[in-house]
Design a protein. Structure first.
Length: 145
């Protein structure tokens, strides 16, 4: 398995560097540095107390924790969120409570997963499009069954 060194800076004394739960995991857990209660249908940006130096050619994707999503309806709102290589501010996780009950995040709790991904930049150009079997069909045009 390929590894890449990613440097994190603690901006808060309670910040924790992301960690993998198991060898071979794609997502590293990231932790809250605050306690916050999120009411149903409300959203918040939860601080991690971390800044990161991502090498050019990579991004970090912020993804939901499956247990929070299944058990409590808590998900990353802009999933996957993107932390670009040039960003040096604090990583915050934008979450929404889609559940029916208020949910309290505790300080030090796992709130999301960070996944390092390579980036390929496209060169966007204007021009005529080729044809395809699908054409302009979209938005349910293939049916549900």
């Amino acid at each position: 398995m390929q590894t890449v060194d990613i440097k994190f800076q603690k901006l808060h004394p309670d910040a924790q560097v992301p960690s993998y739960a198991h060898t071979g995991d794609a997502g590293a857990d990231v932790y809250s540095v605050v306690e916050i209660t999120l009411q149903p249908q409300h959203r918040a940006a939860i601080p991690t107390g971390l800044a990161v130096d991502i090498p050019i050619g990579y991004e970090i994707q912020v993804r939901s924790k499956s247990g929070l999503a299944l058990k409590h309806g808590i998900t990353v709102l802009n999933s996957p969120g993107t932390v670009d290589a040039g960003y040096r501010g604090e990583i915050q996780v934008i979450v929404i409570n889609l559940g029916t009950e208020a949910y309290t995040f505790t300080k030090g709790q796992k709130i999301a997963q960070l996944v390092l991904k390579p980036v390929i930049q496209a060169q966007y150009i204007e021009g005529e499009l080729g044809t395809s079997d699908r054409g302009t069909g979209g938005f349910g045009s293939t049916g549900l069954t």
